[in-house]
Structures are given as structure tokens and as C-alpha cells.
Design a protein around this ligand. Sequence first.
Ligand SMILES: *Cc1c(COP(=O)(O)O)cnc(C)c1O
Length: 382
Amino acid sequence: MTAPSRTTLTVQAMHAIDQITGAVIPPIHPATTYARGADNQLIGDQDYRRPEGPTEKQAAKVLAMLEGAPEAKLFSSGMAAIAAVVESVPTGGHVIAQTEMYYGAKLLLQRAATKKRITLNLIAPGDLHALTAAARPDTDLIWIESPANPSWAVVDIAKTADIAHAVGATLGVDSTCAPPCTTQALALGADIVMHSATKYLNGHSDVLAGVLATREVNARWQEIGEIHSKTGAVPGAFETWLLMRGLRTLWVRFERQSASALMIADALQGQAGLDAVLYPGLPGHPGHDIATRQMTNGFGGMLSLRLSGGHDAAARLAASTKLFTQATSLGGVESLIEHRKPIEGPDSPTPNDLVRLSVGLEDPQDLLADLRHALAAGPKAV
Ligand SMILES: *Cc1c(COP(=O)(O)O)cnc(C)c1O
């Protein structure tokens, strides 16, 4: 028999059958400390929960398998995972990131630059000429996000990896919106891949967690391991167990969310009141060709709409839907809508007229009808 696919291994949490009871569901191990025998030797292979206990080890194994990585590490949030990567940059090290990216990560990098911990250049997502011009022999880290919040600009990971490696820099990819069932960033040449597991990996809007996975166990990964262990930004056993429960349905959730988002994006093109529908799965999206190569199992559930009526129309749409809940975050089973600019603040480059949608698992025809109704509701709907 051929080796089981990643889908099968994910659904079965890699055959995590409890060897003691035979339970088909992986157990939760909440213990923070582990006993030693009369000889002062540990009874098992575990001594303390930080940085990871058996539940976290099992989840990290499934995530490493999904990414094709030798190792993965779980963090208490996506931001904690990014913070560990930023901390691994040597003092004064040069970092290149994107003008448009998850705003919390950009603020973290800008904070490190303001404090002169790092030097920072921001370039437009996917602008390989600007990246080549900005990359220097002392560039330590290139940090990209694809598709990038909230225009869903697609960044060519393989070409970016070539540019990074030509100057000896590490390429880190925030692949939160392209989970490993559709994009394996490490196979495309990334050195480190990061996810906010709060989003698609868990998929139920009830766990905060982050993941890093590496292409090679090298000095940088060991440094990140030290930071992980010594700063202790690790998830609890219950959260990790919930994450593993969510993860088991990742493939089927993502497939359905991608199909629904594509249907909705396609149906809304040319709709009155909309200037643009931004979705990498649409042939007219500027990143569509790269996305087709790089997102091999669906373009995801995230799309954005630009309203002809500007700020007010965007605010009104987000306030008028009945099935899309007005809330931040993404990747859960329930659909969400957000007028993005006010959330990111006045310094954000996100246009005022943009509304971000996270398509969930509801009937896509209901979701489309909800959006059409809210768009047609006009000025009195707020
Ligand atoms: C949510 C998110 C993060 C931050 O993750 P948390 O789990 O909220 O800390 C980082 N990057 C992207 C693209 C995200 O959507």
C-alpha cells in the first residue's frame, strides 16, 4: 500500500490512538510537571510542560507533516510566533517586509525599528524589483505574507526565496490565509513558514494559537527554539487539544470555503455599488497566475470588496448584513464582515472603501443573497 496522503494523516491526527486505552481521539495532557523514579530518572521522556507537553508534541507533529517540515513549534498566538522570529534577528539586523501585510505584524516590526533593534524596509507585496533593490548582503530576514491582507495581493514565494537566498537572508512566510492544504511554502523555498492557527488551522474562532515550521533544523531554528522555550509563549494543553480537533477537518473546511468564496466573488463582479471584487481565484486578479501555481487546492475564503460609495457605503454594508457577522478575524466556520480601515487605524494604507469578508461554511447561496440584500439596502440601512 502507498503511504497515506496528508489529508488522511490530518483527519486521523497521524493515528494518534491512545496506546493505553485505545481511545481514537488523542488525549489531553494538562500536567505541567512529570515524576522521577527512585534513581531520580524521569519515568517518561517529559520533565516539564514548557516548551511543550505530549499534547503540543502531537499537534506539532501533525503540523510539521502538513508543511513537509522536519519540525514545527506551537506558540500561544500568531503574534507570539512572529515575535519569536523578530527576536531571532541579530541587533541592528536588516529586515525587509511589506507595506501591505497583517497590520499587527507590521506594527511589531516598526516598533523594533523605532527602538533601533533592527533596520527595516517596507516594499509593496510581490514587487520583486523593489525587493531586489532593497536586499543587501547584511539583510537578515525577508518577511512576506501571501495572499496579503486585505487586497489579497499574491507574492511569488519561489522567486522571493531566490532573491533572499542570493543575499544569504532567511525567508519567512506568513501563510495564514493559505494554509498547508493549499500552499506548502517550505517546498517553494521558504525557510520558515508561520500561521496564525487562530484562523484556518483551528477554524472555529475558539482558540488563539500560532505555528512556526522550518525547512531545515539550522542555527536560526535552534535560536528560535531557545526563544520559544525561554520566553514561554506556548499554548495551553486544552487549547492545543481543541486546535487538533479543528485541524482534523481542515481539508474539507478549506475546500468548501474556497468553493463558496469563488462562487460569491464571481457572482458579485459587476454588481451595482461595487468598484472591485478582490479575490485571487478570479482570472482578473493581478496575482491569479501565481496563485494558480502556488495555491494548488483552493484560493481560500478571503475576499474584499471596494465600494463605489466610499467610506460610508463600506461602513453601511458591514453594518447591514444579517448572516455575515460584523467582526474581525477570519478562517472560522461562521462568515464575518469587516470595514477594515477603521480597525487598522489612520496610518494604514488600506483604502477607506474596502470591506473584508471571511466566507464560512454556511450555504453559499444564502451568503450571496445576504450581501446582495445589504448592498441594495442603500443609505438608510445603518
Ligand atoms: C490573525 C493574523 C495574525 C496574528 O495572529 P494571532 O493568532 O491573532 O496572534 C498574523 N497574520 C495574519 C495574516 C493574521 O490573519
